[in-house]
Design a protein. Structure first.
Lengths: 278, 199
């Protein structure tokens, strides 16, 4: 390697400065530096610049970036956010709504020997307390439709299963009577009404009312349990948020104290410097 | 055993966002440092870092591993910084080097072992260097940042900047030479280490 290639060769100079040079070229260049004062000075200056560059540090920053798939925006007050309800809770809520709807509508179940079984909502009650023939539900399959109409669409109230069981029981008990009456020429309304004759009002109501009462009690108990759980969850979340806030305040207080101490130290330093300059 | 970048990239491509979050944790500081030294504003540097990782995440399926993940990330960041400077139509912002800003000194958190005198000197030198870097063309500044602060090889910088190896060394040489003159002009002559010039 001749002296011309060693002197004023930025390529080699940078490779040497950043230690990306093969050993032989390094030896040659170092030998050159021992004899070439301008090149030695340039290397020293560039090393000094690199030393100065090391002083340039970026400020501390809170980064904490994260990729979150499908994240919902966080509520401002997290403890107020109601968590997503499980299926059983949604069912209980639907049943509660259905129960309330039934209560508000004033569901009235009646049986009359002439008109048959009738299920009425409060808002559809006629002025007379006696159910009219038009509103009366005459057949067992239609009873279910009437009951569903009184409840919220799609709501599966717990008492429905009990009512369906009762309906099946009644149908079984009345099956022979209905079969006998089919032989006699009569209108459908008369026939079905006659098929229900063996059961009195008092008997039917005595069967239905306990079921409704039990269902209502069960709903109230489940609702109370659910409300208690929601209250406990909210209280726990609130306590956790308060703890985080307290931690944050503690950190801020610590930083403020450190900043004050640094500022005090800085003022002392400035005072010393100003006294030296005087 | 710590997973390599390549392993984390493969898992991320397969849909594991936690692996990508590990990559973020590993690289957010260097990327922030690069962005800050390029554009000189803390808030904007943070925005650039966030956007860089977001773009990387979206483009991850197209990343075939021809280059190192970090080099790819550096390239995205530098492109974003260049876009930012073009969009803002202004030069990188740096605090004026004159005087010592006590508020800034207080707001920073120096290490416990660092005395106030050392801190003042370091801050002052840091400002002078930052100010001197402003006069460099973008390519020279990027080359110096990638070499000095991120330890990339000449070859990696050449691939990242899309230029020959010799061009990278020339940019570095010219950039350092300009910095030397600028620091001398600003009253910060290069302090030669003892025995410098002699290998």
């Amino acid at each position: 390697m001749n002296e011309t290639r060693l002197c004023g060769n930025p390529d080699l100079l940078m490779s040497y400065l950043y230690d990306e040079v093969d050993p032989r070229a390094r030896r040659d260049f170092e030998a050159h530096l021992r004899t070439c004062e301008p090149c030695a000075r340039e290397v020293a200056d560039l090393r000094a610049v690199r030393g100065d560059l090391a002083a340039w540090t970026p400020p501390e920053a809170v980064l904490d970036f994260r990729i979150v798939r499908g994240a919902a925006p966080r509520a401002r007050f997290a403890w107020l956010a109601v968590p997503e309800l499980p299926a059983w809770a949604q069912f209980a809520a639907a049943a509660l709504v259905a129960g309330i709807a039934v209560g508000i509508s004033g569901l009235d179940v009646n049986y009359h020997p002439q008109t048959g079984l009738s299920v009425r909502a409060g808002w559809s009650k006629p002025a007379s307390s006696v159910p009219g023939p038009v509103a009366a539900v005459k057949a067992a399959p239609v009873q279910a439709a009437a009951v569903q109409a009184a409840a919220m669409p799609g709501a599966e109230a717990p008492w429905k299963a009990d009512l369906a069981a009762l309906r099946e029981q009644l149908r079984t008990e009345l099956q022979p009577t209905a079969a006998a009456s089919t032989a006699a020429p009569a209108s459908g309304q008369t026939r079905l009404a006659a098929s229900l004759v063996p059961m009195s009002d008092a008997e039917f109501m005595s069967r239905v009312r306990p079921l409704l009462t039990a269902s209502e009690t069960r709903l109230q108990r489940e609702m109370a349990l659910r409300i208690g759980q929601v209250v406990r969850d909210m209280d726990t979340q609130r306590r956790a948020d308060m703890a985080r806030v307290a931690d944050g305040i503690g950190v801020l207080e610590g930083r403020t104290g450190a900043a004050v101490a640094t500022q005090r130290e800085m003022m002392n330093y400035l005072m010393r410097v100003s006294q030296v300059q005087k | 055993m710590t997973a390599t970048d390549e392993e984390l990239v493969a898992r991320s491509v397969a849909g594991d966002s936690d692996s990508f979050n590990q990559l973020i944790l590993r690289w957010e500081r260097p990327i922030y440092a690069l962005a800050y030294r390029q554009i000189g504003r803390e808030d904007d540097a943070r925005d650039v870092v966030q956007e860089a990782f977001l773009r990387a995440f979206r483009a991850l399926p197209g990343f075939k591993g021809q280059a190192k993940f970090s080099s790819w990330l550096y390239r995205i960041t530098l492109n974003l910084c260049r876009d930012w400077m073009r969009r803002e139509r202004r030069a990188p912002f740096v605090q004026p080097p004159e005087g010592v800003d006590v508020d800034d000194l207080v707001s920073s958190e120096p290490s416990r072992a660092e005395s106030v005198e050392t801190m003042v000197t370091r801050k002052d030198l840091s400002r002078r260097v930052a100010s001197a870097m402003l006069v460099l063309p973008d390519e020279q500044r990027s080359a110096i940042l990638l070499k000095e602060y991120h330890g990339l090889t000449f070859q990696e910088i050449a691939e990242l900047q899309g230029c020959p190896l010799s061009t990278v060394k020339t940019r570095l040489y010219q950039g350092l030479s300009v910095l030397r003159r600028e620091l001398e002009r600003r009253g910060q002559g290069p302090v030669r280490p003892e025995g410098s010039g002699q290998p």
